[in-house]
Design a binder for this molecule. Structure first.
Ligand code: FES
Length: 163
């Protein structure tokens, strides 16, 4: 699922969310695509958005909330412009992801699950990126890095910062 962060906004804008629902013909079976588009457009899917989507699709709040909360990639608060994911699963741990985790914490100044105050960086732990043979594995804004080290991740972060 590609739910990369777009912008740091997420302020209430019911019209924008309704517009996204209309673009999907208000189809309940397009709920995941709608949630992805809302997150792309607004940086997150806030609680207020859940109500707007539920009304537009004629679904219950619980149905929309359930889907949003099932997928960890949907965020209720804005993520940073640059989202760094580091695999913390066993195969990657065995080839150095713990040391890399410490370096990333220091480099970005945040703990896992947090976004920097300037809104630039979010650091997330994931448990397998499907790249176990090339661990440690990381991902920066959806771009996979195998045999990751701090220099390669740093270069990707810089590239994202220059986009
Ligand atoms: S265990 Fe890290 S990518 Fe699979």
């Amino acid at each position: 699922m590609d739910t990369q962060p777009g912008r740091q906004r997420c302020a209430a804008d019911a019209d924008e969310v309704r517009g996204i629902c209309v673009r999907h013909d208000r189809r309940a079976d397009a709920l995941i695509e709608i949630l992805i588009d809302v997150q792309h457009a607004r940086g997150c899917v806030a609680d207020a958005d859940v109500g707007v989507i539920a009304e537009a699709l004629n679904l219950s709040l619980a149905e929309v909330h359930g889907v949003r909360s099932f997928y960890a990639d949907f965020s209720t608060t804005p993520k940073g412009r640059c989202v760094v994911k580091l695999c913390r699963a066993e195969a990657c741990q065995s080839v150095g992801s713990d040391a890399l985790a410490e370096q990333l914490r220091a480099r970005l100044g945040v703990e896992f699950g947090q976004t920097s105050r300037d809104g630039m960086h979010t650091l997330e732990a994931v448990y397998c990126l499907g790249n176990c043979a090339l661990g440690p594995a990381a991902m920066v804004n959806g771009r996979l890095i195998g045999r990751a080290d701090s220099e390669r991740i740093d270069a990707m972060i810089t590239e994202v910062g220059n986009d």
